[in-house]
Design a protein around this ligand. Sequence first.
Ligand code: IDP
Length: 140
Amino acid sequence: MAIERTLSILKPDATRRNLTGKINALFEEAGLRIVAQKRIKLSDAQAGAFYEVHKARPFYGSLVSSMTGAPVVVQVLEGEGAILKHRDVMGATDPKKAEPHTVRAQFAESIEANSVHGSDSAENAATEIAFFFAGTEILP
Ligand code: IDP
């Protein structure tokens, strides 16, 4: 399987509850390597642009404000089949539907405050990584 990179975000509900280490332990145990990482506070404009694809959805405004309420950790994960592997460890969007071993089943507060974001395709991974990181900030 090919080595891939994916964009991972530890959301405000996770940083607020001091869960970044516990969540990243699950990603690392699955064979994913953190090759870039920063803790930042998203502006409304940044969060709005990042979730632009959901602009027409009824939860868009609430999602954008939930992403700006506390710092996030943005990171690039690398590994074999990283995009799908990361999504598998994250679990379903709705924590009530997530498999028990997943991050969202164990840590998410709700379908909105669901602790983590992960790119869902190679094309989106490239766009989302470039949204937050310069090539020189990624150190495999
Ligand atoms: P994903 O994060 O599992 O890829 P998406 O459908 O891309 O899920 O939705 C992006 C984010 O929007 C979710 O992670 C969640 O925070 C929020 N979201 C999705 N569906 C709902 C909903 O029905 N109500 C509130 N927030 C939602």
